[in-house]
Design a protein around this ligand. Structure first.
Ligand code: C2E
Ligand code: MG
Ligand code: MG
Ligand code: MG
Length: 279
């Protein structure tokens, strides 16, 4: 098609496009090979109950340790993995791995795992979640699946049916990045979630009067609906103080703990439980 638009157009665009296409193909090839080569890792970030200051669980966050590219953050490869369908086996791996790690945690601590719309639409999702729980021995009520609004935007019934099925097993559903999508409130009516995670962009800007009002309102909304509200990206004591004053239930962020290796988080969780039992 570029050719028919004239030689100049063809000449102007072709070399750059070609390089982009090749770079993208290389990324896809590397990504496909990365799973059998075991180049993916999970870090775990603690989540704290604000009122009690106790750690209540941790979120699994995926990383790609590529021998060629270095440590690749999820925002750089998850969208590609979604497009090429790799997210289905990759997500299955993450679920299984996260549950296996969480099986060694003290009683009651929850494991949160991010899942993308593509996974839930795949048709094998519920089965792979159930299999990860059975494999690891983690009870369903200790698993939390983090979805975004794009999941609930899906028009088909399969997504809502799948989520309902999992929720009936006792698995908790959290709405991630709350406030950054479209009509958040409509989706809360469409599907009853157990948790709302306020996006970190709001917490970062909490000094702003309007942002503070929004955060306060979401916390109130959660309380009214009986939904746990977690604030993401809490980095300062002042932010945590604001959230405590507004009775936000949970906080997550660098102030509470950075994403860490499984062995480090295990130590932290055990210490936290020991502390709360002795105190
Ligand atoms: P998310 O689920 O909203 O995860 C929170 C992100 O915020 C993480 O980025 C975390 O490292 C970062 N973060 C936590 N506390 C702070 C803080 O105090 N300040 C700042 N500036 N950042 C903080 P990360 O690990 O780069 O992950 C980015 C996104 O990638 C995640 O956002 C999630 O949407 C996606 N993701 C990660 N792991 C998986 C996975 O296993 N499957 C799927 N489908 N998506 C994943
Ligand atoms: Mg998340
Ligand atoms: Mg988030
Ligand atoms: Mg996100």
């Amino acid at each position: 098609r570029a050719k028919s638009e004239g030689r100049n157009v063809y000449r102007f665009f072709e070399p750059g496009m070609d390089a982009m296409v090749r770079a993208r193909r290389a990324l896809e090839t590397d990504l496909e090979a990365a799973l059998p080569r075991r180049e993916f890792e999970l870090d775990f970030q603690p989540i704290m109950n604000i009122a009690s200051s106790e750690i209540v669980g941790a979120e699994a966050l995926m990383r790609w340790r590529s021998p060629i590219r270095g440590l690749v953050p999820p925002d750089d490869f998850i969208p590609v993995a979604e497009e090429i369908g790799l997210i289905v086996p990759l997500g299955e791996w993450a679920l299984r791995k996260a549950c296996t790690v969480a099986a060694g945690w003290p009683r009651g601590l929850r494991i949160a795992v991010n899942v993308s719309a593509v996974q839930i639409k795949s048709g094998t999702f519920a089965r792979s979640v159930i299999s990860a729980l059975a494999f690891s021995g983690v009870p369903a009520d200790r698993l939390e699946l983090e979805i975004t609004e794009t999941v609930l935007m899906d028009e088909s019934d399969t997504v809502l049916k799948t989520l309902r099925q999992l929720r009936n097993l006792g698995i908790r559903i959290a709405l991630d990045d709350f406030g950054t999508g479209y009509s958040s409130l409509g989706y809360l009516r469409r599907f009853p979630v157990d948790k709302i995670k306020i996006d970190r962009s709001f917490i970062r800007d909490i000094d702003n009067r309007d942002t503070a009002a929004i955060v306060r309102t979401v916390i109130g909304l959660g309380a009214q609906l009986g939904i746990t509200v977690t604030a993401e990206g809490v980095e300062t004591e002042a932010q945590l103080e604001f959230l405590r004053k507004e009775s936000c239930v949970e906080a997550q962020g660098y102030l509470i703990g950075v994403p860490s290796k499984a062995t480090d988080i295990q130590r932290l969780l055990k210490a936290s439980v020991a502390l709360s039992q002795s105190g």
